[in-house]
Write a protein that binds this ligand. Structure first.
Ligand code: ARG
Length: 246
């Protein structure tokens, strides 16, 4: 009789713990991409995307950690399972979609040319005069600039950086006259008092989405459900007010 009781009890415990065991996912982030992802004063990953995913994890019942990674190889890191997703200001592109699956879009972002404040530099001035133009390696901007150069009078010499803030630093130091990036890190730098200005937009606006492995249908569904909940929740407005002052 007691063996039966022990068996029944362990059955309950085993399946009970299985039902409550939460999935754990590792999110690869570019920690030099404020306000979407950065390291805060206490040394912890922070930002719009970090807060968003933490909220989604809690609602959808999984745990998550945010792992700073090199941006230019982050898709490779996802494919090779070093991380489980990239929720970090990643534009949905056809090129990337060959390797990974994207969630529904959650943010629209203009592509801009940044120059030193009061430089009076125009987009054409930065892109048609054969000058150096900064861009972050491994970005959709870098791809589109490589495709545009030599066409329609576009003429520039791309200078590659590991992050948008490093390109902005070189603009301030006078090492490069202008750089191309998403509008978000440019506005963030301006909000933090950096003496730069937005010369104007180029190309087409892009949409950020969350990347997961092609075979990970479960996580994709979880993220899409979570995004839908988040974007309909008052917390979404709070997040925008906190991180995106544009
Ligand atoms: N639009 C760029 C891309 O998707 C932004 C990349 C910049 N870095 C980042 N962590 N989001 O490639």
């Amino acid at each position: 009789k007691s063996t039966l009781l022990v068996a029944a009890l362990s059955f309950v415990l085993l399946f009970g713990s299985m039902a409550f065991a939460q999935k754990h996912y590792v999110n690869g982030i570019d920690a030099n991409y404020p306000p979407f992802g950065y390291i805060d004063a206490s040394g912890k990953p922070a930002g719009f995307d970090v807060d968003s995913l933490n909220w989604i994890a809690e609602k959808m019942g999984f745990t998550v950690e945010h792992k700073p990674m090199e941006w230019s190889t982050i898709v490779q890191s996802l494919v090779s399972k070093k991380i489980d997703l990239v929720y970090s200001g990643m534009s949905i592109t056809e090129e990337r979609a060959k390797q990974v699956n994207f969630s529904d879009p959650y943010w629209k972002v203009a592509q801009v040319i940044v120059a030193k404040k009061d430089s009076g530099l125009t987009v054409d001035g930065a892109m048609k005069g054969g000058k150096a133009l900064g861009v972050q390696s491994g970005t959709s901007e870098a791809d589109s600039l490589q495709n545009m150069v030599g066409k329609d009078g576009y003429s520039y010499d791309l200078k590659y950086y590991d992050s948008a803030p490093l390109a902005i630093m070189d603009i301030l130091n006078g090492r490069v006259p202008a750089a191309a990036m998403d509008i978000a890190p440019a506005n963030d730098a301006i909000a933090h008092g950096k003496d730069i200005e937005i010369a104007g937009e180029f190309g087409e606006p892009e949409f950020f989405g969350v990347a997961v492995r092609k075979d990970d249908a479960e996580l994709l569904e979880t993220i899409n459900k979570g995004l839908k909940l988040l974007m309909a929740d008052p917390y979404w407005e709070e997040l925008k007010a906190k991180h995106l002052k544009d």
